[in-house]
Design a protein around this ligand. Structure first.
Ligand code: ADP
Length: 383
């Protein structure tokens, strides 16, 4: 069953339950009178779905608090019920209600309100005495997750297809090439193949970091040893650019965590610091956190990140400077992997940056992953 079919099935079930309850609550033949309407809607207070009751003149007589929340009602201090349907629900939902026959579940409709986008399923049914109920099911969260999943698949396909197409083209040319031209083509093929290999490595890394079945190990880690190994493995890139690399970690600083995951995170941050810094320094520091646990900082004197990009850099495939990222060998997935792994170890990630001056990433980790820091895991769906 696809998602739309699922939504429709869910909405019909909700509508059917509400209609059945309504029939039970109302006088069997006649339906509720005016005075009975509000208490009956209160019977639907426990529902997540918004429920509204309409009279024959298309006026809203009552609604439950889920409807008030979803519709941001009362719209002003002077608004009260009864009120015309359009005034309460806006033009899109009114049009949807008018276009449906009784008891028909509609496809989801998208509504833009202020800066937010909502997706509602609208169901209309009979409520006796020429009245109708309208059920609003909020599909916004589901459709956002669905959209993000589709965006991710589209982005990943694009990222894979572009170097693959170039690789295939160059291999074709290579068949008839020789001499310096052939050598040049071989070098370019190797570069494309290695960027494909990095991309698949990061896609697998991200899938693992987001896999709920993966449990980070709880190993005693000596942070100084781990940090030194990260810096040693990346010193060549820093030396080529003439960057000064420093490390400051107390030799006895220990933490309980997953050594492979933690090394991946620190390595990603140090690699980025080297990629995005042309001159100056990269420093890696770790210390006991004032709130317990440890604070690891990777600071550079590089290009910096513009304020409008800062909140997005942990999103999958987001690049503040796409040309520079691609030229350096970036996949656009490094920070999404860092954020997910740190969160799985009960920690948090923060960043501060000034364009032209540099960037500082902070990893906060609890002393024991069994006691995560407050806010660990927030907004992970976006990354
Ligand atoms: P990438 O593989 O492109 O580096 P990341 O997810 O690691 O992907 O980072 C996302 C984006 O954040 C990068 O494309 C870059 O624009 C920006 N960025 C990350 N780290 C730094 C840094 N230390 N200095 C400047 N920009 C950075």
């Amino acid at each position: 069953m696809n998602n739309s079919a699922l939504f429709t099935a869910g909405g019909v079930v909700a509508g059917w339950i509400i209609a059945t309850l309504w029939r039970k609550l109302s006088a069997k033949e006649s339906g509720p009178t005016k005075g009975e309407t509000a208490p009956m809607v209160r019977a639907f207070e426990h529902l997540n779905e918004g429920v509204l009751v309409l009279d024959e003149g298309e006026q809203v007589r009552a609604m439950n608090s889920a409807a008030e929340r979803l519709l941001a009602w009362p719209a002003s201090s002077s608004s009260s019920l009864p009120a015309q349907l359009e005034e309460v629900v806006g033009t899109e939902i009114t049009a949807a209600v008018r276009s449906t026959g009784e008891g028909v579940a509609l496809m989801p409709i998208e509504i833009h309100r202020k800066d937010e986008e909502f997706t509602f399923k609208v169901i209309v049914g009979p409520a006796g005495r020429s009245r109708r109920f309208v059920v609003l099911e909020d599909l916004s969260a589901i459709s956002k997750v669905d959209r993000r999943r589709r965006d991710f698949v589209a982005n990943a396909s694009h990222e894979l297809q572009t170097p693959l197409a170039a690789l295939i083209g160059m291999l074709d040319l290579l068949q008839d090439a020789n001499g310096e031209y052939a050598e040049n083509l071989v070098r370019r093929c190797q570069k494309k193949a290695s960027s494909l290999s990095l991309l698949t490595r990061d896609l697998i890394g991200l899938a693992r970091a987001q896999d709920n079945d993966w449990v980070p190990s709880a190993t005693h880690i000596n942070l100084e040893e781990l940090c030194r190994s990260v810096i040693e493995n990346r010193s060549e890139g820093a030396n080529e650019k003439g960057l000064e690399v420093s490390i400051s970690v107390p030799s006895d600083l220990e933490i309980i965590g997953d050594p492979v995951a933690l090394e991946t995170c620190i390595a990603n941050l140090v690699q980025n610091a080297i990629w995005y810094t042309d001159k100056g320094s990269v420093s890696l520091r770790a210390n006991e956190h004032e709130l317990g646990g440890v604070l690891i900082e990777v600071e550079d004197t590089g290009s910096g990140i513009a304020a409008e990009h800062l909140s997005r850099i942990f999103e999958r495939f987001f690049r503040a400077d796409p040309a520079r990222s691609r030229a350096s060998g970036g996949t656009g997935l490094g920070l999404a992997i860092v954020k997910n792994l740190i969160s799985r170890m009960g920690g948090r990630v923060a960043v501060s940056s000034q364009v032209g001056e540099g960037t500082c990433f902070q990893l906060e980790l609890p002393a024991d992953p069994a006691h995560p820091l407050e806010g660990a895991g927030q907004s992970l769906q976006e990354s």
